[in-house]
Write a protein that binds this ligand. Structure first.
Ligand SMILES: *Cc1c(COP(=O)(O)O)cnc(C)c1O
Length: 421
């Protein structure tokens, strides 16, 4: 029996209606940018397995670092102990994070990094004796699938069964260069009528919304407004972090820095699940007290897993290397050239790119799943490229180590796909 057949017996996959779509492709090997299926077919991983393996799959340097760590110390409880990989990772992260960040809190995945950020913001005010219960977030944002993260997410088409149980959130449009004043006016009304604890946002690019981009000046104005109102700002850099935008973090493009930052995905170089919620010293101080209950009692068993920390340290070493930085520049140049070539195509509505992220919208009706989107996915896979269109948006987020030949192949199948729609 093939893996694909055995899979159907006991497995339940995420984001899948099994009755309509029972099959999952079995991948047996990954190296660099190439995924190999159980029949030996190869695919270029043009979305870095959901923005994780930015230094390539099964990266030798990351594997060696984690292998070494595994032989030294596997896992200990982080509520009672500390260890070199966690200490070292905190030191290395603080060096590259926006300058106001000073404390590192460990989580298991992007959703719980957001969950911790939300709880931090609520408790920060609670500890001061202020009851604030609502958040502000962008329309069409995505922050994860746990309850708090689901609440602040604006892409709620599939959240119907849970809507009655979500925390309260007010939504504002993303800044597009023309609406900043309107947004600020809207915010003034919101903050005078509601007890707002924080503003959560995907800085500059909303991934799940289809790589929707924002006006950086407008975002800065919004963040400044929240500063003046003493409302905490939470940057969800789970997708944008670690070089994707051309800088280490999307927040590096924005003058006003967030109070809290959520990190995951490429944090561990695509090898192991882990996440981090970082914050300023000011927020950390809000939890210091002789009263135990003012501490932050949010914990996951595998917090600061030493092997995952070792992968993250190796990832930062790679990110800050000349080799990877040169690769990022090379991909940006290639994207610019491709954009120039493709943007006038009659089937292309618009194109956009930032760093290694490139997206184009097709001149067709939007369907998030099903129809054209499924047809495109199959078209790309049949030609050896894994791209995962979101509605009528095709986006590329390739590993930094992709070769020129591989990258050209990704562009070519996209151009070719425009002929079949
Ligand atoms: C993927 C993602 C999350 C959720 O992370 P998980 O590890 O899947 O829980 C949260 N925010 C953003 C911006 C993401 O892209």
């Amino acid at each position: 029996m093939s893996l694909q057949e055995r899979d159907r017996k006991h497995l339940w996959h995420p984001l899948k209606q099994h009755q309509l779509n029972p099959e999952s492709l079995a991948i047996v090997k990954a190296k660099g940018c190439i995924l190999t299926d159980e029949d030996g077919n190869e695919y270029i991983d043009a979305i870095s397995s959901w923005y994780t393996c930015m230094y390539g799959h099964c990266n030798d340097y990351v594997i060696e670092a984690t292998h070494k760590q595994m032989q030294q110390l596997d896992h200990v409880m982080f509520s009672d102990f500390t260890h070199e990989p966690a200490v070292k990772l905190s030191e290395e992260l603080i060096k590259i994070l926006p300058h106001n960040q000073n404390k590192i809190y460990f989580n298991d995945n992007g959703s719980t990094a957001v969950e911790a950020a939300i709880k931090m913001a609520l408790q920060y005010y609670f500890n001061k004796g202020e009851k604030r219960s609502q958040f502000i977030a962008f329309e069409d944002g995505f922050h994860g699938d746990t309850f708090g993260a689901m609440s602040v997410s604006g892409l709620s088409v599939y959240n119907g069964p849970f809507e009655d149980f979500l925390i309260k959130v007010k939504r504002i449009p993303v800044p597009n260069g023309n609406n900043t004043n309107d947004i600020i006016e809207q915010l003034k009304t919101l903050v005078s009528n509601h007890k707002i604890a924080g503003f959560i946002y995907e800085p500059l690019i909303q991934g799940a919304a289809g790589m929707k981009m924002q006006d950086a000046k407008g975002l800065n104005a919004i963040l400044n407004f929240f500063k003046t109102q003493n409302i905490l700002t939470i940057a969800d850099e789970v997708m944008t972090g670690f070089g994707k935008t051309g800088k280490n973090f999307a927040s590096d493009y924005i003058e006003t820095k967030p109070d809290i930052i959520c990190l995951s995905k490429a944090l561990t170089a695509g090898l192991l699940p882990m996440a981090i919620t970082s914050c300023t010293q000011e927020i950390y101080k809000g939890f210091l007290s002789n009263d135990i209950s003012k501490g932050f009692f949010h914990c996951h068993t595998y917090s600061a897993n030493p092997v995952a920390c070792a992968a993250a340290i190796a990832g930062i070493k790679l990110l800050t290397s000349k080799d990877i930085q040169d690769n990022i520049k090379r991909i940006i140049q290639a994207h610019k050239k491709f954009e120039k070539h493709i943007k006038t195509h009659p089937k292309v509505k618009n194109t956009r790119h930032l760093g290694v992220i490139f997206a184009l919208d097709l001149n067709t009706k939007m369907e998030r799943y099903g129809g054209l989107r499924d047809k495109l996915l199959k078209f790309f896979m049949d030609r050896g490229v894994f791209l995962r269109p979101l509605g009528n948006t095709i986006y590329i987020q390739v590993p930094y180590v992709i070769s020129d030949t591989e990258l050209q192949k990704v562009y070519q199948v996209i151009e070719h796909a425009l002929e079949i729609i």
